[in-house]
Design a protein around this ligand. Structure first.
Ligand code: HEM
Length: 215
């Protein structure tokens, strides 16, 4: 991928992440607000505000995944450890929102619109205090923070070996392994192909702006 396009894709990826985290924050604080409400009208109003972020969350997820996959497929390698783990983790965490959290919040909203205004009845209170809503949100936020850690530190900077390479021993010079970008103009470091979990090489001055120069 052209370096300018790559930077734009990275920007889009980060924008998507911000949108997704923002929506998750609205859901989390919305849940806190729901648990402090004492009237049915308040429940309806809070649910209305929470659902305003649905479009932002969906757009964020799509942008995040599309830009991430574009960078991974064109410039890296989907078999690179941190990309493989992040992609699978992302696919596993994504359904928690619609299947566990959103479904319950929509049920609360529907129930609040059916009943008369006034004090919140016990049945609706039980729905609001359903522990799975908070647990689902906590798991998603923690999991995504884990993916951010993977993306930024790239601790599994290996490409799962399709061909054998000499084992990498402590004290060896860091092997010059790289992915040649399409057109063969630029290269990115991906770490040793030996399959060992060796840490990422020390990042030189100017990295990642000059990462193409690293051998
Ligand atoms: C489909 C799954 C994903 C793929 C294939 C993917 C792929 C990538 C790629 C290729 C980069 C560029 C790395 C670089 O140039 O240094 C990147 C960066 C990044 N990704 Fe992802 N990503 C995915 C999901 C996520 C998720 C779910 C998050 C966070 C919630 C995330 C957060 C980040 C961050 C913060 C960076 C910037 C890292 C840096 O520049 O050091 N990614 N991702």
């Amino acid at each position: 991928m052209d370096p300018t396009l790559y930077r734009l894709a990275l920007y889009a990826h980060i924008l998507g992440m911000i949108a997704f985290f923002m929506a998750l924050g609205v859901y989390a604080f919305g849940l806190v607000a729901l648990r402090r409400a004492w009237r049915v009208e308040q429940v309806r109003a809070i649910c209305g505000v929470i659902f305003l972020t649905d479009a932002i969350a969906v757009a964020g997820i799509l942008l995040l995944a599309a830009a991430g996959l574009a960078m991974a497929l064109t410039t890296w390698n989907v078999r690179t450890g941190w990309i493989a783990v992040a992609s699978i983790s992302f696919a596993l965490v994504a359904p928690i929102g619609p299947l566990i959290v959103e479904r319950r919040l929509h049920a609360i909203d529907a129930q609040a619109r059916l009943i008369a205004e006034g004090a919140i009845p016990d049945a609706l209170l039980r729905q609001i205090y359903d522990p799975l809503i908070g647990a689902g949100l906590t798991v998603m936020i923690a999991w995504l923070l884990g993916i951010v850690f993977l993306m930024t530190t790239k601790p599994l900077s290996i490409t799962f070996p399709s061909q054998k390479a000499p084992p990498f021993r402590a004290g060896d010079a860091w092997p010059a392994r790289s992915v040649v970008r399409p057109g063969g103009r630029e290269q990115l470091p991906v770490g040793p192909l030996s399959g060992s979990l060796t840490p990422h090489p020390p990042l030189g001055p100017g990295w990642p702006l000059r990462r193409g120069e690293w051998q």
